[in-house]
Design a protein around this ligand. Structure first.
Ligand SMILES: *Cc1c(COP(=O)(O)O)cnc(C)c1O
Length: 375
């Protein structure tokens, strides 16, 4: 099966299980596992930060970053209103760190990414006003919906954060994709930040885990809170070793994955009978709107499954026309060709009267999908 639902759905290979067998078998809570320490140092080096902490999930590395950075309420955080840390971490910022979030709309750039100007609109100055929870941290997400935040904007927001003496966190679950798409060193994209969370379980292809990087002091605090949250793990060496291997071996294949995503998008627009790609394809995600094509999402899902392709949404209501497709290293060109062939065949048989759903070519990014679709 080729699974287009998410890049979390890559499967560990036999080779990966061999890597796990060869990993060290120490206790990480005791700080005694070599494979874990090597992975943490490797990612810290790649990102130009002092230290790293290997954890079970990206939600945990994000949440630890906030908890370890901001110890005293009242405080608030600014982030894009579509951010994972705000929408898809089960309200963790309020629960773990007593934080209020001021969501920022990406107004000045037609929804592509938030800018310093958007951030200024929501920034809460610490002027002693007892009504307010001052902004203490700005959190950025890169990539977001598969789009890359321009380096210049990251740098401008970095300057703004320093001038205003607030911290800067990066939810870099897919920062690996951003670095490949921009053809730049990972360090360029991570050096503005006090903390960075990087997932190894997404496009990097590892079975489990995320790494938090930051200063030695911050990581020490994060390690403390991780234990408090119940996330201290023991013989995690196998997972660390396989994550390390995936960074070295799967990450270099990401450029091809991005090219395949563009190839898929082009095929869908060319042969989809009016199907539209409504978010620019900059990395591994393709957002397709079937409105206007006469193709029903649930039927497309069933037809693709016959070809060994999964996109979810088999029970999608007739009104749902939008779907996110995610490419990763275990999807090949043949699967993409098969995908386009199915769409082409369905489009050629669809009658215009079968058109469903909302008008095509919606300009609004982001807020259209359910939380499940964005995982
Ligand atoms: C996947 C993801 C996370 C973390 O998710 P986990 O399932 O907790 O590992 C965080 N941020 C973004 C943008 C993500 O896509």
């Amino acid at each position: 099966m080729f699974d287009f639902r998410s890049d979390t759905l890559t499967q560990p290979t036999d080779e990966m299980f061999k890597i796990m067998q060869e990993a060290s078998r120490g206790d990480d809570v005791y700080g005694e596992d070599d494979s874990v320490r090597q992975l943490e140092a490797h990612v810290a080096r790649l990102t130009g930060h002092e230290a790293g902490l290997f954890c079970a999930s990206g939600t945990m590395t994000n949440q630890l970053a906030f908890r370890a950075s901001l110890l005293t309420p009242p405080a608030s955080v600014l982030c894009d209103k579509r951010s994972h840390v705000y929408r898809y971490e089960a309200g963790g910022l309020a629960a773990h760190s007593s934080l209020t979030v001021y969501p920022v709309r990406a107004d000045t750039n037609h929804g592509h990414h938030i800018t310093v100007r958007d951030i200024e609109q929501e920034f809460v100055v610490d002027d002693g006003d007892a009504h307010m929870a001052p902004t203490r941290l700005i959190s950025l997400e890169n990539t977001l919906d598969g789009t890359v935040m321009p380096l210049k904007e990251v740098q401008a927001i970095g300057r703004f954060a320093r001038e205003n003496k607030v911290l800067l966190h990066l939810d870099g679950a897919r920062i690996w994709n951003a670095a490949i798409a921009q053809g730049c060193d990972l360090k360029e994209l991570t050096k503005e930040f006090n903390s960075v969370s990087l997932c190894v379980s997404k496009g990097i292809g590892a079975p489990i885990g995320s790494v938090l990087v930051g200063s030695t002091e911050l990581i020490k605090k994060a390690r403390h809170f991780r234990k408090m949250f119940g996330g201290g793990w023991r013989q995690a060496g196998g997972l660390a070793a396989v994550a390390h291997w995936c960074i070295d071996h799967v990450w270099p294949t990401m450029r091809e994955t991005h090219e395949l995503a563009k190839y898929l998008a082009h095929g869908l627009e060319t042969f989809g009978g009016g199907a539209k790609i409504y978010i620019p394809v900059e990395t591994n995600m393709v957002f397709m709107d079937l409105a206007g094509s006469g193709i029903r999402l649930s039927e497309l899902s069933r037809r693709l499954e016959e070809k060994g392709i999964k996109i979810g949404n088999k029970d999608a209501p007739e009104t749902q026309t939008q779907v996110r497709l995610v490419l990763h290293w275990q999807i090949n060109r043949k699967a993409v060709d098969d995908f386009v062939a199915v769409v082409k065949d369905m489009a050629s048989k669809a009658t215009s009267s079968a058109t469903t759903g909302a008008p095509p070519n919606q300009k609004v990014y982001g807020s259209h999908l359910t939380s499940y679709d964005r995982k």
